[in-house]
Design a protein. Structure first.
Length: 140
């Protein structure tokens, strides 16, 4: 039992020393940290851009289903997140397409979500107001 404890303590000692050495070397090389950060960030953003570009291509053809499904999956991303600019671009394209298709109830739904994400976004507010202007409730 005593040999096992000695072995185990030595294992943790060498592990701690190895970690400290790696941390020290890593801390001295700021370029590596910056390059790794840029790589991870680019990979993260690409995960959103690829499906977004596909949805935008389908929106140009008039198909809004893929964009709506993608935005439903992205509902937890809010202003300030790295993925928000991609989400905003997709919302803008979707709302424009819904406006051209005269689907004002659907446009109201998505522009309301967009306006709720950023009430100071003038474009979101304009599309939301336009959807409200064409709303069924306006005439009741």
């Amino acid at each position: 039992m005593r040999k096992f404890l000695i072995f185990w303590n030595n294992f943790w000692l060498w592990s701690a020393l190895l970690f400290a050495l790696v941390f020290f070397i890593w801390n001295q090389n700021k370029e590596t940290i910056g390059a790794l950060h840029d790589y991870i960030l680019q990979d993260y953003v690409e995960d959103f851009e690829k499906p977004s570009h596909q949805a935008l291509e389908r929106l140009k053809k008039g198909n809004t289903d893929e964009a709506q499904n993608l935005l439903i999956n992205w509902r937890e991303y809010v202003k300030g997140d790295r993925a928000y600019p991609v989400k905003r671009q997709l919302l803008l394209a979707l709302v424009k397409e819904l406006y051209h298709q005269k689907q004002f109830e659907n446009m109201l739904h998505w522009s309301e979500i967009w306006h709720g994400l950023d009430p100071r976004d003038v474009t979101a507010t304009a599309y939301w107001m336009e959807a409200l202007r064409h709303s069924e409730d306006r005439w009741q």
